[in-house]
Design a protein around this ligand. Structure first.
Ligand code: PGA
Length: 252
């Protein structure tokens, strides 16, 4: 069975003191939440302190990006071993905001995913179409391109450690979430791609999160879909109450 995974992507929000406050509230409520995997992804500047807060609780730590090189003259970048050294278990890679504003491509996502896996981090790899692409009927083509090329060359064992986040770009931060049918259709398609590339058991084990305007009032519909295994939450992860409600909304 696939364990539901809810990850909070704080994006470029929360100073250190704000991060500490939010992490403490989340931990207080979810420290023993073992039915659902809970991950919070603060900005780099807060990782170390948040790590201390969630240590010895069920809440896990993730980063929002990483560089593929091990070390060296790459001003502004952060390596996998640096993330590991502050207690990260997960790292979001290829978020649409990075693809859109920071030149991220399938090729760089692939390098980052491989580096993360080699370092023992679990990548949350984001895929998803823009509004225009959906309107032109290209959703499946775009998702196929993202899945196949961002995850190129991964062994079966590596693939099993990856979480895929399907995030239609038109649903991110807009308040317009994909309907449960729209989400399920693409999640099932991604699983078929994995079956073709690997095998049935691999396809059935890889977790596929939905992301894009997930809120406490739509999570239960989305999580009720057969191929939706969790959520990557942006805006609603910035307040403890809404994030906790989303996690609890996944309990059957
Ligand atoms: P949102 O963001 O929940 O604010 O739509 C989701 C994401 O970008 O991961």
């Amino acid at each position: 069975m696939r364990k539901v995974i809810i990850a909070g992507n704080w994006k470029m929000n929360k100073t250190l003191s704000e991060s500490i406050e939010l992490a403490n509230l989340i931990k207080r409520s979810l420290y023993d939440m073992t039915e659902i995997e809970v991950v919070i992804c603060p900005p780099y500047t807060s990782l170390s302190d948040v790590s201390e807060i969630v240590r010895d609780s069920a809440v896990k730590l993730g980063a929002q990006d990483v560089h593929w090189e091990k070390e060296g003259a790459f001003t502004g970048e952060v390596s996998c071993s640096m993330l590991k050294s502050v207690g990260c278990e997960y790292v979001i890679i290829g978020h649409s905001e990075r693809r859109q504003f920071f030149g991220e491509t399938n090729e760089t996502v692939n390098k980052k995913a491989k580096a993360a896996l080699a370092a023992g981090l679990r990548p949350i790899v984001c895929v998803g179409e823009k509004l225009g692409e959906r309107e032109e009927g290209k959703t499946f083509d775009v998702v196929k391109d993202h899945v196949e090329n961002s995850l190129a060359g991964l062994s079966k064992d590596e693939m099993l450690r990856v979480v895929i986040a399907y995030e239609p770009v038109w649903a991110i931060g807009t308040g317009v979430n994909a309907t449960k049918e729209q989400a399920e259709e693409v999640h099932a398609y991604i699983r078929r791609l994995l079956k073709k590339k690997y095998d049935d058991s691999t396809a059935r084990l890889v977790r596929i999160q939905y992301g894009g305007s997930v809120k406490p009032d739509n999570i239960s519909q989305l999580i009720g879909q057969e191929d939706v295994d969790g959520a990557l939450v942006g805006g609603a992860s910035l307040k403890a109450d809404s994030f906790i409600d989303i996690v609890k909304g996944c309990l059957k």
